[in-house]
Design a protein. Structure first.
Length: 76
């Protein structure tokens, strides 16, 4: 289970609030401070290939798609 998939289980647990509280206490993934899962792309929510320069916070795939719109030029 990835770090965001646990929220999908809330649909089943909404009918049982006591069980939901217990689930959140024991089964929720810990918040990451370092490593690959600590940052996500703001556009597509991917973890890998992250570009943080200039405060972009995009993965490399999204950066290639919108680089010209942002104002970057490709040389060569």
């Amino acid at each position: 289970m990835t770090s965001s998939d646990y929220k999908k289980q809330f649909k089943q647990l909404d009918a049982k609030p006591v069980v939901k509280v217990k689930f959140l206490k024991h089964c929720k993934p810990k918040d990451r401070k370092i490593g690959i899962a600590s940052r996500k792309c703001e556009r597509c929510q991917r973890f890998g290939g992250h570009i943080r320069s200039y405060g972009l916070n995009l993965c490399r795939h999204c950066f290639r798609e919108i680089a010209t719109e942002i104002g970057f030029k490709k040389y060569s």
